[in-house]
Design a protein around this ligand. Sequence first.
Ligand SMILES: Cc1cc2nc3c(=O)[nH]c(=O)nc-3n(C[C@H](O)[C@H](O)[C@H](O)COP(=O)(O)OP(=O)(O)OC[C@H]3O[C@@H](n4cnc5c(N)ncnc54)[C@H](O)[C@@H]3O)c2cc1C
Length: 372
Amino acid sequence: MDSQPHIVIVGGSLAGLTLALACASRGVPVHVVERAAERLNGGDSLSVSLAAIAATTGHDPRVYPKLAVVPAYRDRHLTTWPALYAWLRGRALETPGILLDEGKTVTSVNNREQGAELHFSDGTKLLADAVIGADGYYSVVRRAISPEAPYARYAGYLVWRGLVEEQTLTRPVAWPSDGGLWIDFERGYRLVAAVLPGRDGSLEIGRRLVTFAWFDAHREALLRATNRLTPDGNLVGTLGRGSIGSDVRAELLAMVPKVWPERWAEAVAVGVQSTASLSGAPIAEYVPDTLAVGAVALVGDAGHVVSPMTGSGFAAGVDDAMVLARILADRPAGEPASNALLRYQAARLPYVRALVQHSRRLSAEYVQIALK
Ligand SMILES: Cc1cc2nc3c(=O)[nH]c(=O)nc-3n(C[C@H](O)[C@H](O)[C@H](O)COP(=O)(O)OP(=O)(O)OC[C@H]3O[C@@H](n4cnc5c(N)ncnc54)[C@H](O)[C@@H]3O)c2cc1C
């Protein structure tokens, strides 16, 4: 058995990296274990609060090295998922006190009399003072916390998403770089699109990225046939890039001119035809009864998955990170981690439960209208 590190974070994506930075910037060293051996590619566009990221991580995305963004609404900005992930990972790699251990898969976590034990797919084990699950909607760590309800539920719809280079289109998209989100509802489909900074951060017309999200409540059979959805409604997988059959892409392509307005139609058609661009994110929701048991706790989607209609999935993970890092940093010397994690749960559980309930109401309303 390896020596005992203090705090292990399972999952080195948006929530895990944010928590790692929040802890390290408050003097709490962490060890992040991430399943993916290479850089992740988890999504397309996200609305973010730059001020909240700065206050939480101790690194300001508004100063060099800046996070490329466009204004969205109120104090929120739009960025691309790859740009945010690269920014967080870059800051984590240069921040003392963060050990980023990629290419390591956790198979189970168990509370012990003191601390918690992690088991890895390579047969090794690790004893930690505390284990924080930031391992997403299909969390392994959640199984140690809520063994009676370990899986997130399907919300009744998926979101087809794509990120398209504007320069691959016959003409630029007629949407200003500070135009925020375009949202519409057509034939039961909720449609969202925006332009984002190009991969080099450019906002120059013709060099930007075009993102779309196409909400679709008619795909339960596809999700069941591809084993993403269990017979009792638990979500256990997504339709990642490269996994969507040509028959489904052809069906979507035929629908583009009927559903999307001309402004976005070409970009959506290009995205739908590209196996490397199109992904399908079945929307999951999880109402937690608990966020911490013993020396194990959850943050981000592992703790409380919500619909993108709330615009708050990542934002809630940032708030988790801020609260948990402060509690860990202020922990009296010698106090068991489990006491600190109970304070984290007391601070966050009422809010995140209310957020997921709100998400469920939005989802139910959408599905009712979409299936009419
Ligand atoms: C269409 C869509 C639009 C969205 N828009 C917004 C928005 O505008 N604003 C917003 O705030 N939120 C938005 N969200 C939500 C946001 O994307 C998520 O809340 C956020 O990405 C979740 O990050 P996470 O780190 O908690 O989980 P994940 O991104 O799922 O990361 C989990 C990580 O854990 C790793 N992992 C999993 N299992 C293991 C294991 N056993 N061992 C080791 N590592 C493991 C994975 O490889 C992964 O890196 C949107 C979501 C969707 C689907």
